[in-house]
Design a binder for this molecule. Sequence first.
Ligand SMILES: C[S@@+](CC[C@H](N)C(=O)[O-])C[C@H]1O[C@@H](n2cnc3c(N)ncnc32)[C@H](O)[C@@H]1O
Length: 190
Amino acid sequence: MSHKKFDPSRAERLIAAERYQELKPDIILQKLGIRSGNTILDLGCGNGFFTFPAAVAMGEGMVIAADISDEMLSLLKQRNTPENIQILKVDEVKMDIEDDSVDAAVLIALYHEFKSPLDNLAEIHRTLKPGGKILILDWDPQSEKERGPAKVHRVTKAQAMKDLKAAGFTVENHESYTLDMWMIVGHSNA
Ligand SMILES: C[S@@+](CC[C@H](N)C(=O)[O-])C[C@H]1O[C@@H](n2cnc3c(N)ncnc32)[C@H](O)[C@@H]1O
């Protein structure tokens, strides 16, 4: 396991009430601007912080809850996932998902853990429908707050936007979402 991958023994804090209050999955869904009935890929879903609210919002649609860690996926399964959550174990880059099949991909607190972000973005692009959405929420290396992953492992918003453009995405919006996390919303170029 790489030194910057999330330690599953700390999973409980990902689904703490304070984190829901701070990161507000409903606002994340609004910013994504997708509709009930769509298919969302929650990549690096962990134990399901965003997966469950997304499944409620998708209604007849579905959420692909994908993670590289068996331990995190097993914690997710223990939470009794509804039928519209499909749990998927993925490799560091490769995902067993059809081309052009996903309406939106969401990456929360994941980007800084990628070993080769451009390869991950290319793989996400392959699975997205033309014009499909991407939302990345991740840690700001320039923040003065002392929490989260080591600053040396974090990626700047500017670098992530550069990566997105290089991988065939258009950035629609970018912001400082909390005091120490940035957000980028974009879509795949057709
Ligand atoms: C910090 S946790 C965040 C989990 C969840 N997104 C959240 O915000 O609660 C990062 C997750 O990404 C997973 N992960 C790391 N690298 C990955 C990769 N290349 N593909 C899929 N998942 C990955 C880890 O196993 C871990 O569950």
